[in-house]
Design a protein around this ligand. Structure first.
Ligand code: CS2
Length: 488
């Protein structure tokens, strides 16, 4: 919706003074505002803020001024609209006190991150924002943003901001902040730690040693489905409330946040908000939760995104309303994904699958297959390939997951099964599309894509080649519905 159409409507404003800042968040998008920000606000409310802790959030957009421009005229508060199967509810979120735009003012971002009041830096910069090689988990030193950040003190990348800000804190004799990543990456805390150390070692080995000794990078499992807000949603809210909220976020009722309780010890009890009071599960190890969520939720999300898109379905809810897809996804869980998992304490994996299915069919959530299909080259390894690897190692077939990989290959080729172009968004899209263009026939196309070593390890690629090639050919010859129908 154009702002002009709402020009005569009032904007939101604060009902309480803005909390003092204790957190800087890098990559302020809809997901964090519908998830982490709400948990943190709940934590403050639930603990009564009795210790005098202040955990307001300074949001940072690394690239675009859009989020700042949407939030600034409304005191940085926004509406979170919960969409349940039986109806919806609204909440005004007031935990964000400011938004900085890194491209416009990198110095202000570094200064905020170096401020001793800041004890945590949270991140949602998406998989590609870590500038790493997804197959090895190491920093990609050829990444243009990293090449820039190695040369220049004012960074552009998320790892660059973390390292340069930590350097400032060390120089000022301050403890580091805890780095709390909220992206769907495998063992995300250890991964971001490794990436930060890789960069710091190249800039200043003593800084790297200090971060290694003093820094904390707890791993987290984050879960809430947050479809992109559309202009029609902003419009509908304006009709309902009489207010124009340019920064509305939509989300499902479900949420789960599991966090390793390993924050910078120098801050003692003030190292983090009372997250437990808000229902965050604080644990020693997040690994089992993270595997379960990445493989069961995100793995099937990606499978449904590529296959659903190619079958002409616009959203996940629409895709699983198709009985063939409902059967397909349930089989994926029971036959191919659950056998690769160890259940986290207190969790029954079949119940978890049932609960996921109920979340997917929620008609209130219009989560586009195209949205989930984005950045597949960065998502496939942790969502699907780890499961495939474990199955193959244990002598189990995984025809459904091979079909999902084949569907991804057709998708990134850039032309759907009816010959229409696909708007592929992926950091590797140009390369992937030229590999497909230059290859010879189905088998050549599959082999070329399996040769992309940032995604597929060579052994896995060789093991996958026969089944992915036949899945690819079947999808092209028979279409998606017939092919998944033939699986069961
Ligand atoms: C989705 C996730 O867009 C995607 O790739 O799979 O954003 C998913 O909705 C969340 O991880 C759910 O917690």
């Amino acid at each position: 919706m154009e702002a002009g159409l709402h020009a005569d409507l009032p904007r939101l404003s604060r009902t309480n003074p803005a909390p003092k800042a204790g957190i800087v968040h890098l990559g302020l998008g809809a997901f964090f505002r519908a998830f982490g920000a709400i948990y943190i606000e709940d934590a403050i409310k639930a603990s009564g803020n009795t210790r005098g802790d202040d955990w307001g959030i300074i949001g940072v957009s690394l690239q675009s001024p859009r989020m700042h421009d949407q939030l600034a005229p409304q005191d940085f508060v926004y509406t979170a609209q919960e969409l349940g199967p039986e109806g919806e509810s609204l909440r005004q979120v007031e935990i964000i006190r400011d938004v900085l735009v890194a491209r416009e003012n990198p110095e202000a971002v570094l200064a905020a991150m170096a401020d001793p009041a800041i004890r945590i830096v949270t991140l949602t910069v998406t998989e590609k924002g870590y500038c790493h090689d997804p197959a090895t988990g190491r920093l990609n030193t050829d990444h243009p943003d990293i090449v820039h950040d190695l040369k220049t003190a004012l960074p552009v990348s998320a790892p660059g901001y973390l390292v340069r800000a930590l350097a400032r804190r060390r120089a000022a004799g301050q403890p580091p902040f805890t780095v709390l990543t909220c992206d769907n990456l495998p063992d995300n805390g250890r991964l971001v730690r490794r990436i930060v150390l890789d960069l710091a070692e190249r800039l200043d080995p003593e800084l790297a040693a200090w971060i290694e000794a003093e820094g904390r990078f707890p791993a987290t499992m984050v879960d809430r489905i947050v479809p992109a807000t559309k202009p029609e949603d902003v419009d509908a809210l304006a009709r309902k409330t009489g207010c124009y909220d340019a920064a509305l976020v939509l989300h499902e009722p479900f949420r789960q946040w599991v966090v390793e309780d390993d924050f910078v010890p120098a801050y003692g009890a003030d190292a983090r908000p009372d997250l437990g009071a808000a229902g965050v599960e604080l644990v020693d190890s997040v690994t089992a939760f993270e595997h379960m969520k990445l493989r069961m939720l995100n793995g099937t999300h990606s499978a449904l995104a590529y296959l659903g898109y190619l079958a002409g379905h616009e959203t996940v809810a629409e895709t699983v309303a198709d009985p063939l897809f409902a059967r397909f996804v349930k089989d994926l869980w029971l036959r191919e994904i659950i056998p690769s998992l160890e259940a986290p304490p207190g969790t029954d994996l079949e119940d978890y699958a049932d609960a996921l299915f109920a979340r997917y069919v929620n008609p209130g959530i219009r989560h586009r297959t195209w949205q989930i299909a984005m950045d597949g080259s960065q998502k496939l390894p942790q969502r699907i390939l780890g499961t495939v690897h474990d199955n193959l190692t244990n002598g189990r077939n995984c025809p459904g997951l091979c079909l999902a990989i084949a569907a991804w290959m057709i998708y990134v080729g850039g032309t759907d099964l009816e010959g229409k172009p696909i708007d592929v968004r992926d950091p590797l899209s140009e390369r992937l599309q030229s590999l497909v263009r230059e290859a010879d026939g189905d088998a050549g196309e599959v082999a070329a894509l399996l040769g992309v070593t940032e995604i597929f390890g060579p052994k896995l690629a060789a093991a996958l080649e026969p089944s992915v090639t036949s899945a690819y050919a079947a999808l092209k010859a028979d279409g998606v519905r017939n092919t998944i129908g033939a699986l069961s």
